[in-house]
Design a protein around this ligand. Structure first.
Ligand code: SAM
Length: 248
């Protein structure tokens, strides 16, 4: 019986691939890739001539059976996505689940992941954190999800694309408040890598004023809700109560 290797590939810088990942891609009988056009240049760069098959969200249901049959017949499959670790906001879940259900060995070849790379440089508490993936593209759904997370005490990690980063930060400012610290990690490992961390009030202004800060790929990390915020709200209510006494 073959093995399913789940192989991490770079999130930007092409050298961020492990020696083991290269060896595994070379030795596998087939590489199942999210987008073969995207993965081919990476394989070519490392002189890997393993055949490629496509495995993306639209064909995963049908492609899985064929791959499981091949692995049961003794072939090994290396699963990759366009960037970083497969299954992390990327395809592969159905294949991994089906392989495990069929008793096939599934083995990780770990490496880059944008969420972890971003958290490692954010300077936010990282002992406990929550990964939220992408927020909805629809404003209503996005805001109600943020509303549910307003009291989350752990650091929350989001993925975002250039189309919506500003809208998303504006929604966060409205819902989490201008004081909440957010770290924006943009284009990690690439030429325009930027990490900005400050309260939402000033962060939104900085990003809005500079279109370059709205380009590329982003990880947004929101500091968890702290008791200080409760204290501030409490203080606000106290002041309001005093003022109200003087109101006509
Ligand atoms: N599987 C990938 C991983 O392990 O991180 C994530 C794939 S997901 C479809 C793509 C999203 O990851 C982007 O929209 C962005 O939010 C984040 N991302 C990927 N590469 C990044 C980078 N170099 N810098 C910042 N964020 C990145």
């Amino acid at each position: 019986q073959g093995t399913l290797f789940v192989v991490a590939t770079p999130i930007g810088h092409r050298d961020d691939i492990t020696v083991r990942a290269i060896e595994t891609l070379k030795r596998a009988d087939v590489v199942a890739a999210e987008d073969t056009r995207h993965t081919r240049p990476l394989l070519q760069h490392y002189a890997i001539d393993t055949p490629l098959v496509a495995l993306h969200d639209h064909n995963e249901r049908t492609a899985v059976d064929g791959l499981v049959t091949r692995m049961l017949g003794g072939e090994s499959v290396a699963l990759v996505s366009d960037a970083g670790t497969p299954l992390i906001s990327d395809p592969g879940f159905r294949l991994v689940r089906a392989a495990r259900a069929a008793g096939i060995r599934v083995s990780p070849i770990p490496g880059a992941c944008a969420a972890i790379a971003a958290l490692s440089v954010a300077g936010l508490p990282s002992d406990r954190f929550v990964f939220e993936g992408f927020l909805s593209a629809k404003a209503g759904a996005r805001r109600s999800r943020l509303q549910e997370l307003v009291g989350e005490t752990r650091t929350v990690i989001y993925y975002e694309s250039s189309h919506r980063v500003l809208e998303c930060l504006e929604d966060m400012r409205e819902i989490f408040g201008a004081e909440r610290e957010v770290v924006l990690a943009r284009e990690l490992t690439k030429m325009f890598e930027t990490v900005l961390g400050e309260p939402l009030g000033t962060l939104v202004e900085r990003v809005a004023a500079d279109p370059n800060q709205q380009k590329g790929e982003f990880v947004l990390m929101a500091a968890g809700h702290t008791m200080d915020e409760d204290a501030r709200v409490g203080e606000g209510l106290r002041v309001f109560a005093i003022l109200r006494e003087d109101m006509p």
